[in-house]
Design a binder for this molecule. Structure first.
Ligand code: ATP
Ligand code: MG
Length: 346
């Protein structure tokens, strides 16, 4: 069964191929740690591919969002620089992409105020991703930012008038809110914003070694930058199930199927075919094959990443340039917003 979001993504792919110049991408990550394989197959790979197809690419490093589920943001600068290394190692072209931290772009943040006026408190409260994040939160209480960050994310996307957002499926409720905000703003004040759409990949929810969503903050992730040995150790410890025979059945065997999918994505094979070829070999053979596929697939990226991290001055420069470009864009959009809202006085 194919979800409406996946069906729409397939249509979008055809539209992008027909005319990439119609699209502008904005997506990003929280600087809470290095990127993992879930990021890569959920969104990063799509970002690189879209950029190579000629789509304009903006990447927000959502530093304020770190504070949604914890009281203190640790080593922000280190995490920000590591994210940039991950992007570039994956193939993002920094000369074409706009890579920025949203805290540095003041005009972007100002959009949050009118945007908050366009959503109701119940709309913010019933967001299923926010509920899940509250359940895993390390914060002493649930802050106002936890409920309002999806509206801030609308500012991240809309300030540069992006219309395409490659994300994992956890982001779909947030994207729906962004569309609502854009629509309501346009209805109330006149047409300013596009209504952006989500673009899902073939792996919109890769599971971690514990069977839950692979996540930077949950200690269940295989990082892009993990060593071969570390990768082998993590996959060896991954949760499977009691059935010996390996099959690809995401609905009923999520853990095994996510491993199969990971191996398939890394080796360019079909997951059903890969599972069938392992069959009665069981989890041990599956894990050995997935480990080998991951390590072979990511060896070049890992080498580039190490080189990039050896030159933090360059990574800082990429960020400075991206922040400057984002500020220009945000000022231009804020001017249009002020005009539309009638807050330009004399
Ligand atoms: P954190 O635990 O700090 O929230 P995270 O791993 O959830 O980290 P985010 O920075 O919140 O990562 O997400 C960045 C992007 O990566 C989003 O588009 C999200 O949908 C996508 N993503 C994250 N984890 C996965 C996953 N396991 N499978 C597919 N996509 C993912
Ligand atoms: Mg997250």
């Amino acid at each position: 069964e194919i979800s409406p979001a996946a069906r729409r993504s397939a249509e979008l792919e055809a539209e992008i191929t027909a005319d990439p110049s119609r699209f502008r991408v904005l997506t990003g990550d929280r600087p809470t740690g290095p990127l993992h394989l879930g990021h890569y197959f959920g969104t990063l790979h799509n970002r690189v591919r879209l950029q190579r197809q000629g789509v304009e690419l903006g990447l927000v490093i959502a530093d304020y969002q770190v504070l949604t589920d914890r009281d203190v943001a640790e080593d922000l600068e280190g995490h920000v620089i590591t994210l940039i290394a991950d992007y570039l190692a994956a193939g993002v072209d920094p000369d074409e992409a706009m890579i920025f931290t949203h805290s540095a772009v003041t005009a972007l943040n100002q959009l949050l105020l009118p945007f908050l006026s366009l959503v109701t408190v119940p709309e913010l409260q019933r967001n299923p991703t926010v509920k899940d994040e509250i359940a895993h939160s390390r914060q002493s209480g649930v802050s106002g930012l936890m409920f309002t960050y999806p509206a801030h994310q609308a500012a991240d996307i809309l300030f540069c008038r992006a219309n395409l957002v490659p994300v994992g499926s956890d982001q779909l409720p947030h994207l729906e809110l962004t569309r609502t905000i854009a629509r309501r703003f346009n209805d109330r004040y006149g047409p300013v914003f596009p209504e952006p759409e989500a673009l899902l990949s073939a792996a919109p929810l890769l599971l971690g070694t514990d069977g839950a969503k692979m996540s930077k903050s949950r200690g269940n992730a295989i990082m892009l930058g993990s060593s071969s040995q570390e990768t082998a150790r993590l996959i060896r410890g991954a949760k499977t199930d009691a059935q010996r025979h390996i099959t690809y059945e995401p609905g009923t065997r999520p853990e095994v199927s996510s491993l199969v999918l990971l191996g398939a994505l890394c080796s360019g094979r079909d997951p059903v075919e890969l599972a069938g070829s392992i069959g009665s070999g069981g989890a041990a053979v599956l894990k050995a094959e997935v480990t080998e596929a991951v390590n072979a697939c990511f060896a070049p990226l890992r080498a580039r990443r190490a080189e990039l991290l050896a030159d933090p001055g360059y990574l800082h420069q990429v960020l400075r340039e991206g922040n400057a470009r984002a500020e220009e864009r945000a000022e231009a959009t804020l001017a249009r917003v002020r005009e539309a809202m009638g807050t330009v006085y004399g």
